[in-house]
Write a protein that binds this ligand. Structure first.
Ligand SMILES: [Ca+2]
Length: 352
């Protein structure tokens, strides 16, 4: 009732309050107005900086961000990962091209892990990361910004302190280098959303490590131990617990729009590899969905985490300190449950 009284004062002063009508009608009018204001606040524009290693699933994640009406993608920073840096950078441009958004700046970053170990040679999405489909219309690498990705991260965050969400869905090398150049960077971020790591020691690249973390364990270690802002993690086990139904995948990919046809082409190489699974999982989408929609993730666990660097079988594995042995001051939010209907809606909007 306090809120309603406040409303009456505000609306009366602006001459908009309906002075006639029953008490019930007036209260309903008030409640509707307050609800509208709250929805307006929750729909305020989000500023995203997206670090990627495209990668077919990176393409889906990027398109979700690019086509979300309340999101402004301030820039796309690229890292080696699903392919060499030149390919991942070109693939980011290819996504912007199909979305008709080549005005968004793309920055090339790290071409190798911090220790310079060879690229993890899975090439799940093909040698070029996009299913090795010829693309005669691929934008020239001349579209890439001259500024290095790490410099761009620092500059863009400094331009909007406290407002930028950093979404990282590749090896974490760029993020690690950025925090080494400016240890105060995390305090200037709104939050960070990571696709990577594992919470049950189930590996997809090695016996116990997830691809992004295994690609650069030192970088993952630096990020988990030095980014002391709110950090949300979509682990390998989490995303695989929430696949999208195959009938939804086929409906989505067969929309026959330009964007859907592009995604259908680049999925052709890899989609059959996952057909034995209970549903379709596009890894990086979960992190970007969490960054875009505050209600997508419905349950998180706050816990300390780090990364194993020396284990002969566990190097690159995310270590979750379930029993608080490490007494870490900073804890991350591990995603546990999500609303798949919201993810489906984001997927559909991405290919319109
Ligand atoms: Ca990725």
């Amino acid at each position: 009732m306090v809120n309603i009284n406040l409303f009456v004062v505000i609306k009366y002063s602006s001459g908009q309050v309906p002075l006639e009508g029953s008490k019930h009608e007036l209260e309903k009018f008030c409640e509707d107005w307050i609800r509208t204001q709250i929805q307006g606040i929750s729909k305020m524009k989000k500023f995203l900086l997206v670090d990627v290693d495209p990668g077919v699933d990176d393409a889906v994640a990027l398109m979700i961000a690019l086509e979300s009406p309340n999101v402004e993608v301030l820039g796309i920073t690229c890292c080696y990962g699903n392919s060499q840096l030149q390919n991942t950078s070109r693939n980011a441009l290819r996504v912007l091209h199909v979305c008709n958004k080549l005005e968004i700046p793309v920055y090339s970053g790290a071409s190798a892990s911090i220790l310079g170990e060879p690229l993890v040679d899975t090439f799940y999405y093909g040698k070029d990361g996009f299913g090795d489909i010829p693309d005669l219309h691929a934008p020239s690498l001349d579209f890439l910004q001259k500024e290095h990705a790490v410099h761009a991260i620092l500059r863009i965050v400094n331009e909007r302190p406290g407002q930028v969400s950093l979404v990282a869905v590749g090896p974490l090398t760029n993020l690690a280098l950025a925090v080494k150049m400016d240890p105060a960077l995390p305090k200037k971020l709104k939050n960070v959303f990571i696709m990577g790591g594992n919470i049950e020691g189930k590996g997809n690249d090695t016996v116990s490590a997830e691809f992004n973390f295994a690609s650069d364990p030192e970088a993952a270690y630096i990020v988990l131990n030095e980014y002391n802002c709110p950090v949300y993690i979509a682990s390998w086990e989490f995303i695989n617990s929430f696949p999208l139904p195959w009938n939804f995948y086929h409906q989505w990919i067969n929309q026959n729009t330009e964007k859907a046809n592009f995604l259908k082409k680049i999925h052709a190489h890899s989609i059959t590899k996952g057909e034995h699974k209970p549903g379709f999982v596009s890894c990086d989408s979960y992190a970007v969905a969490a960054a875009i929609d505050d209600n997508f993730v419905t349950e998180v666990t706050s816990v300390g985490v780090t990364v194993e660097l020396r284990g002969s079988l566990t190097r690159g594995m995310m270590v979750v300190d379930w029993t608080d042995k490490l007494k870490k001051k900073h804890q991350v939010f591990i995603m546990r449950k999500c609303d798949l209907r919201k993810l489906e809606a984001l997927f559909m909007a991405a290919v319109k």
